[in-house]
Ligand binder design. Structure first.
Ligand SMILES: [Zn+2]
Length: 209
């Protein structure tokens, strides 16, 4: 359970912070939106969210300490440029059935590794937990494939091993919409109850027999 590993997540963040690869971000969504509206260009991450424009990256140590001391809520962001500069090799990962895939973690900009409302982000938790549990094959939906670029960067920074990855197709409804829990879409169990065989369900997700 992730809630049992909060001290380890904190320790990982501390290690990155000690190397100057993290910085506190005090921005609200409105701050970020305002800054993006004023900018000439607004690049977007693979998930469609605008890249963080870097407002808090330029704060001085004194400003950061004063704002933290005053109790202002903050997230912790990865300083992407510094992180990439500290990694000497180009990053890639092994995709099952495809071979080596080149990583471009810079597409995520200064990603959040600890949120204001949560002590660690998805990206930090999953990479930490995979390393802890000795996971050698990560199987996820294709929608999460871009995030693997960021995960390989975190693994490399932390000295965690690189698993092999298998990203499978997403199941869609008859209109082509992906099945999502929030839409109360059919589950794998529903598909089985409808008489689909395990082989058929695997084929829908693009797995070989
Ligand atoms: Zn900020």
């Amino acid at each position: 359970m992730q809630s049992r590993h909060l001290p380890e997540y904190r320790a990982a963040l501390d290690r990155l912070e000690a190397r100057g690869l993290l910085y506190p971000c005090f921005c609200t969504r409105a701050d970020i939106q305002r800054e993006i509206e004023q900018a000439a260009t607004a690049p977007h991450a693979p998930d469609g969210s605008p890249l963080y424009p870097g407002l808090c990256r330029a704060l001085s140590t004194e400003q950061r300490m004063a704002r933290i001391a005053s109790g202002e809520p903050h997230a912790l962001r990865l300083d992407m440029a510094r992180a990439l500069a500290s990694v000497s090799t180009s990053l890639d990962f092994k995709e099952l059935g495809e071979g080596r895939v080149r990583c471009r973690p810079e597409r995520f900009g200064d990603a959040v590794l600890a949120r204001k409302d949560a002590p660690a982000s998805y990206h930090l938790c999953v990479t930490h937990d995979d390393a802890l549990q000795g996971v050698t094959l990560v199987t996820r939906g294709i929608d999460l494939k871009p995030a693997t670029d960021l995960h390989r960067l975190i693994q490399t920074l932390m000295g965690w091993p690189a698993p092999t990855y298998a990203h499978h197709a997403l199941l869609t409804d008859p209109t082509g919409r992906r099945l999502a829990k929030r839409d109360r879409a059919a589950t794998l169990r529903d598909l089985r109850h409808q008489g689909r065989s395990p082989t058929e369900v695997r084929a829908l997700a693009g797995f070989p027999d």
